[in-house]
Design a protein around this ligand. Structure first.
Ligand SMILES: *Cc1c(COP(=O)(O)O)cnc(C)c1O
Length: 480
């Protein structure tokens, strides 16, 4: 493709994207593809000769689009969002054009220095302590793994990377039963072992029970284990529970344990001064991750990872082959030393575009509105007979279920599952579920970039209609 053709198709694609944003609500939110349908529509062998780009675009519309779930639809209420925004998309085009590998400062000084400045901006925007230094990672999962490995290195006096784990004692990691699966994955990948992840019980509001944590740590110490890391969560994936950092931090401080905070979703809410109560106890925190790619309108991937002691992080991940030796080492940040991969995308550019295009105040307004919508929805649900809110609403997520009188828990679970599938199959909205104390619970997240009050109200009407029409069909509650 020469630049003339590139220009022609480039304009077409920008036009396509603009139309997509304008018409996004016309698509079924959740893809209706059946397994294998996309693969079967693709040729079994690659083309041996050149094909026209028109054909590519035609197949994109006809084969790919039906297999896409529309995460940017304002009727997407599932999981947590993976928010994008027009400035973020534009900046990603430039990143793609540059195609720069941002592994060290020399391979693109602007990428390294913009990343450093953006992490300072994010630190100020969220009110995090000024001693935190940050790096952009591809995902919260990678950042949490980096935290666990750094904690492991620190507790073994930086011997485990060199010597392996066979000579060390048995280490332990702690999180609540509600923590994200990436903690368990990280414990395994870091060589500490999934069995050595202690899942601490939670209180009624799904937050970690600090007394139970203390007991678990003390029992482990007397049994000869080495406590290595505690992971607290600001906004659990199931119900957005907010673990209390202060009592957890006091235990970590007393026992000399690394405290990592998984704020993948909740971190964005720290942009709001009225949500900073979540940060009480931050002085005990060693590292924290939050995802602008979830709730801060910055296209995936962009995970902000902050550490108190960047030197420990670098000591853990630094490795210096001859071909990467530079004259600027020590004067600049070489971010390959701040995480696992060598190669790194230029992710700071889209963050810069988003923060400048909206400005901090508009970002705060949007996030505040998402929280207001969640609380408004919770109020409507509570006011409705037969519906019940199943967890406190602090952020952007409402967990609720339909519980008409006379149904057993088993029947209600089946009915709520049916409501979820019926709504998603109809394609106008998309919700997912979780379980709370053995109950199948619907989960609605009001945090999409374009979501407004009318989207939430319309969705709530659809949910109520669906629930009552399924209840009138007896088969929906027959338990087989
Ligand atoms: C989404 C989520 C993660 C994982 O985030 P990735 O960036 O996809 O790895 C981790 N923790 C919590 C609480 C999450 O909600």
């Amino acid at each position: 493709m020469d630049t003339d053709e590139f220009r022609k198709y480039g304009h077409e694609i920008v036009e396509w994207i603009s139309r997509y944003f304008e018409n996004i609500e016309q698509f079924p939110v959740k893809s209706r593809s059946v397994p294998g349908s996309v693969k079967d529509a693709l040729p079994e062998i690659p083309p041996s000769g050149s094909e026209s780009f028109d054909l590519f675009l035609k197949d994109f519309d006809e084969i790919i689009m039906p297999g896409i779930t529309h995460w940017q639809s304002p009727n997407f209420f599932a999981y947590f969002p993976a928010n994008s925004s027009p400035p973020s998309v534009l900046a990603e085009m430039l990143t793609a054009a540059l195609g720069a590998q941002c592994m060290i400062w020399e391979t693109s000084p602007a990428a390294a220095e913009l990343e450093e400045r953006m992490m300072e901006w994010l630190r100020m925007m969220t009110g995090l302590p000024s001693y935190f230094e940050g790096v952009i990672q591809d995902s919260a999962s990678s950042a949490t793994l980096a935290a666990i490995i750094t904690a492991r290195e620190k507790v073994t006096e930086f011997a485990s990377n060199n010597e392996g784990l066979s000579g060390t004692g048995r280490m332990r990691i702690y999180c609540s039963t509600q923590a994200h699966s990436s903690v368990e994955k990280g414990a395994g990948v870091a060589g500490i072992g999934r069995k050595n992840l202690v899942k601490v019980p939670v209180k009624d509001d799904n937050t970690i029970d600090p007394e139970a944590l203390r007991k678990a740590v003390e029992q482990d110490i007397s049994a000869g284990y080495i406590p290595c890391c505690v992971v607290a969560t600001l906004g659990t994936t199931g119900t957005t529970a907010i673990d209390p950092l202060r009592p957890v931090g006091e235990i970590c401080h007393e026992k000399n344990i690394w405290l990592h905070v998984d704020a993948a979703i909740g971190g964005t809410a720290l942009l709001l001064p009225e949500m900073r109560w979540m940060a009480d106890g931050m002085e005990y925190v060693d590292s924290l991750v939050f995802n602008p790619h979830k709730w801060m309108f910055t296209k995936f991937d962009c995970s902000a990872y902050f550490v108190r002691d960047a030197a420990s992080l670098i000591r853990t991940f630094e490795i210096l082959p001859e071909y990467l030796k530079t004259r600027t080492r020590g004067m600049v940040n070489d971010y390959r030393d701040w995480g696992i991969p060598l190669g790194r995308r230029f992710r700071a550019l889209k963050l810069w575009a988003v923060i400048r295009s909206y400005g901090v105040e508009k970002l705060q307004t949007m996030i505040r509105e998402h929280i207001r919508l969640a609380k408004m929805l919770a109020g409507l649900i509570e006011a409705e007979n037969n519906f019940k809110v199943m967890a406190p609403v602090h952020l952007n997520t409402v967990c609720f279920c339909f519980q008409p009188e006379g149904l057993t828990v088993e029947q209600a679970n089946k009915l709520n599952e049916k409501i979820n599938h019926t709504l998603n199959d109809a394609g106008r909205i998309y919700l997912t579920h979780t379980t709370v104390n053995g109950r199948y619970v619907l989960r609605m997240v009001t945090a999409q970039t374009g979501v407004t009050e009318h989207h939430v109200l319309d969705a709530w009407e659809m949910i109520k209609d669906c629930a009552s029409s399924l209840l009138s069909e007896r088969s929906a509650v027959d338990v087989d």
